[in-house]
Design a binder for this molecule. Structure first.
Ligand code: UTP
Length: 285
């Protein structure tokens, strides 16, 4: 079984739910407390042993590559002023560990993943949607890699959602369960609550086999007229092992304004440096 060494970060979506904030820069650069969403996702991938980060970017998604580069002017000025550079430490990446490709048109998540096919090559890979902020110890991808090392194949992160929310997610038809791992018998994108096969929704973390790229090659469109990753994954069921892992931890949907504000509060309350003041403010409210 080949190890999971690469991760794809699709960051080419339009982020329309966050306009005007996302007009000139990527949604993934929005900060939760003091670090952008992309930093949390990259940290999670590195913790899981991922060596190569592949960003699928789009026009106007400026700043992402620079964020992980040396801020020469900033660092020179800070040094000259005797300021510590410690806070920049998380942005330092091993040379060559970041690659990026362009998705010229936002044709869907499946299409974004397919745009990374040449860099992914013939090995299993993780996909992380950075606007799903996953908080756990170990992190979500590390939990998935651990499961992958046991069962192989494809693994999606799943979470129980209220039935009335199924139309916002890919939903699995569950098979037999073993602890937090559930066999995936079917997958459907954005089903209406009355049609949903369960309330186990796929959230933004995946471990996929490279064969998915050949399916995505067909560029079939699905829900919303987009090339859906869920539809391509559904075609792998029965051909390769396919499981859903219920992640042990918290998920914050930061692609949504409410989720984003809640994430800021939740993470602030976990931080020794800001929690006391934030807690006092909330208590006052
Ligand atoms: P979303 O469904 O959150 O779409 O995409 P979006 O365009 O980013 O946001 P809204 O709905 O307009 O506010 C899920 C993930 O897939 C990526 C997004 O960047 C996000 O990480 N994506 C989506 C692409 O990279 N390309 C696409 O064509 C579509």
């Amino acid at each position: 079984m080949k190890p999971v060494r690469k991760a794809v970060f699709p960051v080419a979506g339009l982020g329309t739910r966050f306009l005007p904030a996302t007009k000139a820069f990527a949604k993934e650069l929005l900060p939760v407390v003091d670090r952008p969403l992309i930093q949390y996702a990259v940290d999670e991938a590195r913790e899981a042993g991922i060596e190569q980060m592949i960003f699928v970017t789009g026009r106007g998604k400026v700043g992402l590559e620079d964020y992980f580069d040396i801020g020469f002017e900033l660092e020179t000025t800070m040094r000259a002023r005797g300021k510590s550079l410690d806070l920049l430490e998380p942005t330092r990446m091993p040379p060559g560990s970041i690659a990026s490709v362009r998705q010229q048109e936002p044709l869907g998540l499946g299409h974004a993943v397919w745009c990374a096919r040449e860099i992914v090559g013939d090995e299993p890979f993780a996909v992380l949607l950075p606007d799903d902020l996953m908080v756990g110890k170990p992190g979500c991808v590390a939990q998935m890699v651990e499961a992958y090392n046991k069962v192989g194949g494809n693994i999606v992160c799943v979470q129980e959602v209220p039935r009335e929310r199924t139309a916002s997610y890919g939903v699995i038809t569950p098979g037999s369960a073993d602890g937090r791992l559930t066999e995936v018998k079917g997958l459907v994108e954005k089903p209406r609550p009355e049609d949903a096969p369960s309330n186990l929704a796929v959230v933004g973390r995946y471990i996929l086999q490279p064969e998915i790229m050949r399916i995505l090659e067909d560029k079939e469109t699905g829900a919303g007229g987009e090339i859906q990753l869920t539809d391509a994954m559904a075609k792998l069921i029965g051909q390769q092992p396919f499981h859903g892992l219920t992640f042990e931890g918290e998920r914050h949907d930061c692609g949504d304004k409410v989720g984003f504000v809640i994430a800021n509060i939740a993470l602030a309350l976990k931080r020794d440096d800001v929690a006391p003041a934030v807690r006092a403010f909330i208590a006052d409210l």
